[in-house]
Design a protein around this ligand. Sequence first.
Ligand code: CMP
Length: 138
Amino acid sequence: MSNRTLTMIKPDAMKKGHAGAILDKIIKAGFRIVAIKQLKLTTEKAGEFYDVHRARPFFGELVEFMSSGVIIAAILEKENAVPDFRKLIGATDPAKAEEGTIRKLFASSLGENAIHGSDSDENAKIEGDFFFSALEKF
Ligand code: CMP
């Protein structure tokens, strides 16, 4: 079991000023920040990141949204990082997320759901390498 996952604080949460509160919750939940950066994705790079969803009807909307503003990307470390982080952020649809989860607290809709978390150890590695070089991971 890998001990790393990749997160993005999405443009909706950044614009609403929730980045500090979200990072505080992540750190208090026991995750260590291995790498972190603020950036704005182009539509091309957002499409590349979400390539697995290219055939889905919401792909265009997802790419537009993810390139609509600044995001924070981070690699996080903790035992059982992938499942524990998905528990911390809650269901993809904030209406279905448990009380106290990051999406329940800060997300407004399925499309604009505040935060991303890798869905497998394999994708955590791919997604971490998408944003960070070896020189940026500590
Ligand atoms: P995320 O966990 O970042 O991974 C894929 C994203 O696609 C997901 O969060 C949602 O933001 C988005 N998504 C999933 N299903 C839908 C949908 N039906 N309509 C719009 N966006 C969606």
